[in-house]
Design a protein around this ligand. Structure first.
Ligand SMILES: *Cc1c(COP(=O)(O)O)cnc(C)c1O
Length: 379
């Protein structure tokens, strides 16, 4: 395969990433370190390059991932970083996590024992507490009971080095008073558990619960780590609320025009004849489709930027191609570059905008840009 075929590609702006990190750091307390969340191939931005850049050029020393494969990729690019696996790793791989000096999230007493049985040497761990997300982690009615269980995990599993506890907020992206109260209770639960552990003589280095939403919308004084995901990539935790000043999207999505033609009134465009030209038009074909992660749900709904002008998709998005109305854009020709996500002149289309059109979140849009789309890193 050609190393970089100019058909459809994602541009990743490293200066924008660096600036976002600087802004996030300025929003954190002095004793809070950024833990860059780089799961899912750095939210579709390419984990190898992103990790290397964050580690070497932005001073990021903590990373979070979803699984062991991702953790090993981070280790290969950030030799001395602390790497936390947020989710489940089958216990039979515990020895490998230990070998790569990776930190495993521990979600129950039983799981802790299995990890311990499967590692020949010390395995570093953070204990996950379910304070209200309802996903994974220790779930107890009171911080006292939770702390007792954590002490039991520590005492019964000498091969596990328990370095922290953490939890995940369910609704920190909401300013609804009920949601705020709910998040307050989640935060209080983990901080109380942490204090009780300290009173019992277990002074763990880390307690963390900040995600992008809590970074943006809450004062979170006592989290030792800020697990920054979507905000680092410049997208909204919630599109109804503004982003912190200066945060910008890191990824742009580009493609090229392969064909331009004039059509008559009544001519049909694309599968299913869902688009019938209401008048004579100029139609351009673009070399990107749903197999590139540009959703078919955007058919006839999204705009693509051509020479700085918005052009509406005409008819269905195909697997590898789509068509747009370029009637109002002079001098469009084969080979012209178009922008599906990003800015041209004064026009911008964001991943959040596309998400809004088909009822999902920006996270899913950027994670969904497929492997076929090369990531090009812009210095
Ligand atoms: C994905 C994830 C994050 C990051 O969430 P963002 O909303 O992208 O900041 C933080 N913590 C946990 C446990 C996660 O799974």
């Amino acid at each position: 395969m050609k190393p970089y075929l100019k058909r459809a590609w994602a541009e990743i702006s490293l200066p924008v990433l660096k600036k976002n990190i600087r802004i996030i750091r300025s929003m954190c307390k002095e004793n809070t370190e950024i833990m860059a969340v780089v799961k899912a191939d750095a939210y579709g931005h390419g984990d190898t390059h992103v990790v290397k850049f964050l580690y070497n050029k932005c001073g990021v020393k903590y990373f979070a991932v979803s699984n062991l494969d991702e953790a090993i990729t981070v280790r290969e690019n950030a030799p001395d970083a602390d790497i936390l696996i947020l989710g489940y790793t089958p216990p039979e791989y515990a020895h490998e996590s230990s070998e790569y000096n990776i930190i495993q999230g521990v979600t129950s007493y039983e799981y802790a024992c299995l990890l311990s049985q499967n590692t020949p040497s010390v395995l570093r761990c953070h204990i996950k507490i379910d304070t209200g997300m309802g996903r994974i982690g220790l779930r107890y009615d009171t911080p006292e009971k939770c702390a007792d269980e954590i002490v039991k995990i520590i005492q019964d599993n000498k091969k596990l080095s328990i370095e922290g506890i953490y939890t995940h907020f369910a609704a920190a992206d909401s300013l609804n008073p009920d949601d705020i109260a709910y998040t307050d209770r989640q935060e209080k639960f983990i901080l109380d558990t942490y204090k009780i552990l300290a009173q019992k003589g277990f002074n763990l280095p880390h307690v963390h619960f900040m995600n992008s939403a809590s970074l943006c919308y809450r004062n979170t004084p006592e989290s030792t780590l800020a697990r920054a995901g979507i905000i680092m990539y410049g997208l909204h935790p919630d599109t109804s609320l503004p982003l912190p000043a200066g945060i910008k999207p890191v990824m742009s999505l580009k493609s090229v025009i392969s064909h331009v033609k004039d059509v008559k009134k009544g001519d049909c465009i694309s599968y299913g004849r869902t688009f019938i030209a209401p008048h004579p038009m100029k139609i351009a074909s673009v070399t990107i489709g749903y197999a590139d992660g540009y959703s078919r749900l955007l058919s006839s709904k999204a705009d693509i930027l051509v020479h700085g002008k918005r052009c509406r998709i005409t008819g269905r998005v195909c697997m590898d191609q789509l068509m747009i109305d370029v009637s109002d854009v002079p001098d469009v020709k084969t080979g012209d570059v178009v922008t599906l996500i990003g800015s041209e002149g004064c026009e911008t289309v964001t991943a959040d905008d596309l998400a809004g059109i088909y009822g999902t979140i920006g996270y899913e849009v950027v994670c969904g840009i497929s492997k076929r789309v090369p990531r090009i890193y812009i210095d």
